[in-house]
Design a protein around this ligand. Structure first.
Ligand code: MBD
Ligand code: FE
Length: 293
């Protein structure tokens, strides 16, 4: 209480440019705030204030940012997560992914690297049998047989009961929930490993595609003279009883935009090589890839 009174005098007498004002805002936090909430909010206020001061942010400029956030909120629904997309083009999801992954990777022999979830994962993708396809209603010369094994990174032993949740875009660059022409849950599936830890399924070799740029994230890209493209990628969430879940993506080494992904998600260890398929009439390419968790 005493501190906020002091801040009022300070701001009445002089201005809010100095550290006293920021301290007063932080000190307005009550005793019941949880420690982590207190810490994060204090730090956020500090950085927001410093940002405004350092750049002499005007009311008009602040309003532009505010309207971007409000617009992102208005256009978001269960098929569109514009707030997340805004974070993605600013590199924030990629940064927190890296921070979280660094904390998890304490051993020399690490689990498979993580990569950002992105806005297009859907709950309850259909459970499939090994060897099934996740492709429906699409003619393609990029049919791919993906296969490998899920192992424990400490022991190298196969993991039974690991669930591989996979999703990627259609050749038109759209995830099924963005595209009324695709069947519900197209190009999505969940595969569960048996005793041998092995998995295999059919998908497509994906293409580079532009993230949705008809909203605030697109406005930001345009204002910054940036393109909206992501390199060709396939998403995964790997879960298994007793193991930390792994959210990741793999990237086609031959794809454009590996060096300038619009959402900064590419990691070297997640770049893969599609090989021409030899004698599988159901596939044009083969993609061997093993996961460690
Ligand atoms: C995507 O398809 C995606 O994977 C991410 C991370 C962000 C935007 C669109
Ligand atoms: Fe994606």
């Amino acid at each position: 209480m005493a501190s906020s009174g002091a801040a009022m005098t300070e701001s009445n007498g002089t201005h809010k440019f100095n550290a006293h004002f920021t301290k007063a805002v932080i000190n307005a936090t009550g005793p019941k705030a949880l420690p982590r909430v207190r810490q994060l909010t204090a730090s956020l206020v500090q950085h927001l204030h410093d940002f405004a001061r350092e750049n002499e942010l005007t009311v008009d400029e602040w309003m532009i940012g505010l309207e971007l956030m409000n617009e992102a909120g208005r256009m978001s629904n269960d098929r569109r997560n514009e707030g997340q997309l805004l974070c993605d083009v600013l590199g924030l999801e990629s940064l927190v992914d890296e921070i979280t992954y660094k904390l998890a990777a304490d051993a020399k022999d690490e689990p498979t690297a993580t990569a950002i979830l992105g806005p297009f994962w859907r709950q309850d993708a259909p459970a499939k049998q090994m060897g099934d396809t996740i492709v429906s209603g699409i003619e393609s010369n990029d049919r791919t047989w993906m296969h490998g094994i899920v192992t424990d990174f400490r022991t190298g032993k196969p993991i039974e009961g690991a669930v591989l949740d996979v999703w990627h875009t259609a050749p038109n660059g759209l995830y099924e929930q963005q595209d009324p022409a695709q069947p519900d849950m197209n190009l999505r599936g969940r595969f569960t490993t048996g005793k041998d830890g092995k998995y295999n399924f059919y998908c497509l070799r994906p293409v580079p595609y532009p993230i949705p740029y008809d909203g605030p994230a697109g406005k930001v890209l345009q204002a910054l003279d940036r393109h909206p493209y992501r390199p060709a990628h396939i998403h995964f969430i790997l879960t298994a009883p007793g193991y930390k879940p792994i959210v990741t993506q793999i990237f086609d080494r031959k794809s454009k935009y590996l060096e300038d992904d619009a959402v900064f998600a590419v990691k070297e260890s997640l770049i893969v090589d599609f090989k021409p398929s030899k004698d599988d009439p159901k596939a044009d390419f083969e993609l061997p890839y093993d996961f460690r968790m």
